[in-house]
Design a binder for this molecule. Structure first.
Ligand code: WT7
Length: 631
């Protein structure tokens, strides 16, 4: 591994070219990086490649067709195993079904699905024919789905009658119907529906059953190569404004980053390892470390449909024991939840197959790291704390197993091939030796293959958000510091993005959802520290006196507004608490001072109020807030 660091150090582009050459190219590339149109990079631009061919065909052609690709565990306990050959046959059928529906290369396909094998197949089928998938997390509301379909001008939605979550069938098709109702989403020509739960669904003229479409489709399909820079997918993520951004990833560079990091960080041995990443495919972690990374590397992996508590909190550990999982990748929120429950949950479970444990999505506090290491890993496993983002496409900062000693709570070093830095407000580098623990802004200083290529339909926003703060560097939006050894400690977001259970939410988006309610005149949302979920959504609202003359008491108002946010965005954005106030703290220029609201939400004495236009506002808010959580 030390080798990788020195190779990348010696010649970064040659290093990346070597990583890309591990993939199968329909037409080899001759140029590694074209940065002449920065910040839009072109990697391996004259090459042609098919992402699905790399995920499936090449393993079958290499004689590994009988290797298990997916070990599916449904929440109710049903199971299904797919070898690489099985997955290839199904994906070819699905690709033909999409072609039969008139989907062409470059068309956008929205995927709104539970965690089932058909989701993997649908994604790979899109990639196979060059259609651009836009996966929308199944927990997002109909409204969120509609705005994503419209933004990407998708032609097709692939969904299911439902999925199992927390012991119940959770309706998905109904949300699609709602998103498409009243002639909304005019670009959608068809809806493909996988039958999963058997829940009765309303049938509309555009609807087609997945199993029928696949049964009619041929199982023969030859994958062709697409330009390396052909769009592979769009994935919407929250930013600092109300509107989610469609992050665009392209084929050759993304796949290079996904496969290289998956192999390196998890030390994957495809012949013997059983890998399990608990992320939903609705997030980038699911794209890179459930779909493209593991499959490009020929891994055997578990996918589980449901939640960790179904039917009890023992479920995950039973799955690890049952399938002899050796590499496990999850989020700190889950680890903290289990830590709170105590080590009894793993009592009697044989977790001795585990050898690498990964963490992602938010900073992992040293206590949770230690617990993960000692209790889950029985003090024998390597822990990899992986920092990256939807935009970076693949892991940027993480220990590499065996390369150096790990440190609880620090993601440590940029991976070989990645150059990161920490700068102060003026863009000056924060030096390791002098700094000790001076905090700054995390930047990525050189282009990398899996970097985002843009924000769908909004080039200016792409430049403005990521490339304007520090000249020539990618601004990540995170605070970070070096310790004396030069190891990196991530300090969380420094913008108005918050992380709740590892999910990324925009305070502005929740605020605009709240003010859409006719009772709400103004809203301010903050992320308050939470023991389990890292941050929790706390909203302060000013009500419209004229509208709420006959409104119920504050507690019911809180309940109704929380349900409203669920309907507008999804349950993940539902505020933990809603506080009704008569004024919000603002500066003289009218900017809401969230820092003060965070103090209130976290139960701290309120900080410096001297820049407020009216400093009595905070006293009024504080006096009123003897209120508890709405739950
Ligand atoms: C934000 C990106 C990366 C896949 C899942 C989240 C935070 C992510 C870590 C980590 C500290 C982390 C950052 C980042 N984050 N991993 N290991 N340590 N913070 O992707 O939804 O795009 O969120 O998640 O704040 O900016 P995402």
């Amino acid at each position: 591994m030390a080798n990788l660091y020195s190779q990348a150090e010696a010649d970064r582009l040659a290093f990346w070219s070597a990583q890309a050459h591990k993939l199968d190219w329909h037409k080899p590339f001759t140029q590694t990086l074209d940065w002449s149109q920065a910040p839009v990079a072109k990697w391996f631009a004259d090459g042609e490649i098919n992402a699905c061919f790399n995920a499936l065909d090449r393993h079958v052609l290499a004689g590994h067709g009988d290797r298990v690709a997916l070990l599916f565990e449904g929440e109710p306990g049903d199971t299904k195993t797919y070898t690489y050959s099985d997955l290839l046959v199904e994906t070819k059928r699905a690709a033909n079904a999409l072609l039969n529906l008139g989907i062409n290369a470059g068309d956008r396909v929205a995927i709104y699905m539970p965690m089932i094998p058909e989701t993997v197949i649908a994604i790979l089928a899109c990639a196979r024919i060059g259609a651009v998938h836009s996966v929308v997390f199944g927990g997002f509301s109909a409204d969120s789905l509609r705005s994503r379909i419209d933004d990407a001008q998708a032609k097709l939605v692939i969904t299911a009658d439902g999925g199992y979550r927390k012991g119940k069938a959770h309706a998905l098709k109904e949300a699609v119907d709602h998103a498409l109702s009243a002639e909304n989403c005019p670009t959608i020509e068809n809806v493909l529906v996988v039958k999963r739960t058997g829940t009765e669904v309303v049938w509309n003229p555009k609807d087609i059953w997945w199993h029928e479409a696949l049964a009619e489709a041929s199982a023969e399909h030859v994958a062709v190569g697409f330009d390396a820079e052909h769009p592979l997918f769009i994935l919407y993520t929250s930013g600092t404004t109300g509107k989610p951004k469609g992050i665009l990833h392209t084929t050759g560079g993304y796949l290079t980053g996904a496969s290289y990091t998956h192999k390196t960080v998890f030390d994957l041995k495809p012949e013997t390892d059983v890998y399990w990443c608990t992320a939903d495919v609705g997030w980038i972690t699911g794209h890179t470390y459930v779909i493209y990374g593991p499959l490009a590397n020929g891994a055997t992996q578990v996918i589980y449909e449901g939640t960790p508590d179904s039917p009890t909190f023992e479920r995950w550990w039973q799955i690890i024991e049952k399938y002899k999982v050796s590499i496990f990748y999850t989020a700190p929120t889950a680890i903290r939840t289990f830590m709170k429950l105590g080590k009894e949950i793993i009592e009697g479970k044989d977790l001795s197959s585990l050898r690498i444990l990964g963490s992602v999505g938010e900073p992992i506090n040293p206590e949770a790291w230690q617990w993960y290491h000692d209790v889950i890993g029985n003090s024998r496993c390597e822990i990899v704390d992986t920092w990256w983002q939807t935009e970076t496409g693949s892991i940027m900062i993480s220990p590499v197993p065996g390369a150096f000693k790990t440190k609880p709570g620090s993601a440590q070093r940029a991976l070989p091939g990645i150059k990161v830095g920490i700068v102060d407000e003026n863009g000056r580098a924060v030096e390791v030796s002098t700094a000790g623990s001076v905090a700054g802004y995390l930047t990525i200083d050189e282009p990398w293959p899996s970097m985002l290529r843009g924000v769908w339909g909004d080039h200016d926003r792409f430049v403005e958000t990521y490339w304007s703060k520090f000249t020539g560097k990618y601004f990540a939006g995170d605070g970070a510091r070096f310790d004396e050894d030069g190891d990196i400690w991530l300090l969380g977001r420094i913008d108005d993005v918050i992380k709740v259970s590892g999910h990324r939410l925009s305070t502005a988006e929740i605020e605009s959802a709240l003010v859409e309610h006719h009772w709400v005149a103004e809203a301010a949302v903050v992320g308050a520290k939470d023991e389990i979920t890292e941050q929790a959504v706390v909203a302060f609202v000013i009500l419209r006196q004229d509208e709420i003359a006959d409104a119920p008491d504050e507690e019911s108002i809180g309940k109704i507004l929380r349900a409203w946010v669920t309907e507008k965005i999804g349950a993940i954005a539902r505020p933990r608490q809603i506080m009704v106030v008569t004024e919000l703290p603002k500066t003289r220029s009218g900017k809401i001072m969230r820092r003060l609201l965070r103090d209130v939400a976290e139960g701290r004495p309120v900080g410096d109020v001297t820049t407020l236009a009216d400093s009595s506002v905070m006293t009024a808010i504080n006096d009123k807030l003897s209120l508890g959580a709405n739950d």
